[in-house]
Design a protein around this ligand. Structure first.
Ligand code: 5GP
Ligand code: MN
Length: 328
């Protein structure tokens, strides 16, 4: 019988580098999501099992939501003075995504490996393993585990499934192939708790987030197929600091008339974080890339200098062009 999971082979240079590393520094991207933390903990746990002494790092604190993952408590925001011998960037499409963790002075002399599934990846490593066909970086780590003959145990399977569940919003995206479902079957066989992961990472929200959604939903506008909303500093002043309107952009894309959705988050440093979603057939990755960000055709983002109304106007106009071009 043919294997229902076609092989996706990591580059030999990556396998060699892992083989010889003793203290690899693993970096997940800033404002980490489930795939960033899932691939960070899966890699960290697997390398530890292989007898390495990995450092798991992320500039921003990993949300408590993910505290069920192996080595969650080992994730550090401070790598001053660590004696790493290899750096691995995970789920990061360009070097800025590593944030303050990648200190050039400290790490520029070490080999840098990039493991990522974003089509907008700029190949910034010495070894770049980029698979835009994979639904999650965690899907790539599954293939890496296979190439290394590493067995799936419950902890590893849980970390791998977390990235797959979150990046596909619960198997709802068009990059969920039969192979992804077969991989998921193997992860379930190994004991990964799908219902718990889905409940914790997709269905549980804080009261503050629900209130923020309420306020942001009041700002929804729809024109020429583009729906957008804003999350201002004022709106979240009494909600416990900088919270992102997690999940809102996918929700508003559900409007019948919308082809593309955007949420604009006003930041204290005079910048605006933009988060985009698109229906199949529309590409928001290119626009995000043009504004210095990146992502996937149906889900992308960027951070733009400027005031909130101005950025919203300029970016929405560009997104409307995307919709018009497709409609022709
Ligand atoms: P989200 O809207 O969920 O924050 O991000 C959607 C997708 O776009 C994710 O794959 C994320 O990695 C990517 N993305 C979001 N913001 C940025 C950004 O500022 N720069 C880059 N390179 N990618 C981003
Ligand atoms: Mn990802």
């Amino acid at each position: 019988m043919t294997d229902p999971i076609p092989t996706i082979a990591p580059p030999p240079e990556l396998l060699d580098a892992l083989e010889s590393a003793r203290r690899p520094l693993l970096i997940a991207h800033i404002s980490p999501d489930g795939d960033a933390i899932g691939s960070l903990t899966a890699m960290g746990y697997m390398l530890y099992r292989m007898g390495k002494d990995p450092i798991l790092a992320c500039q921003d604190k990993a949300p408590n939501t993910f505290n069920f993952l192996p080595f969650y408590d080992r994730i550090t925001q401070n790598v001053d003075g660590v004696n790493a011998d290899l750096v691995i960037a995970l789920d990061s499409s360009d070097p800025t995504r590593m944030g303050s963790i990648y200190d050039e002075a400290q790490f520029a002399d070490l080999p840098l490996i990039v493991i990522d599934h974003h089509i907008t990846n700029v190949y910034f490593g010495d070894v770049n393993w980029v698979e835009p066909g994979c639904c999650a970086t965690d899907e790539m780590i599954f293939h890496l585990a296979r190439a290394l003959n590493e067995t799936l145990d419950e902890a590893l399977a849980t970390a791998l499934l977390t990235g797959i569940v979150t990046d596909t919003r619960g198997f709802r995206t068009s990059n969920v192939t039969p192979a992804v479902m077969h991989i998921t079957g193997q992860l379930l066989d190994a004991g990964a708790p799908l219902a718990m992961i889905t409940e914790r990472t997709l269905d549980t929200r804080s009261m503050a987030l629900i209130q923020l959604w309420g306020r942001a939903l009041d700002t929804v506008e729809l024109a020429d197929g583009v729906i957008s909303a804003v999350n201002t500093i004022d709106m979240r002043r009494d909600l416990g600091g900088l919270i992102r309107a997690e999940g809102l952009v996918s929700f508003i894309l559900g409007a019948e008339e919308a082809k593309v959705a955007a949420v604009f988050t006003e930041m204290p440093d005079g910048k605006v974080e933009c988060s985009f979603r698109a229906l199949p057939g529309y590409d928001v990755a290119q626009i995000a890339f043009d504004f210095g960000g990146g992502g996937h055709p149906p889900a992308a983002g960027c951070t733009v200098d400027g005031d909130l109304p101005g950025v919203r106007r300029e970016v929405v106009a560009r997104l409307q062009e995307v919709v018009r071009t497709k409609a022709r």
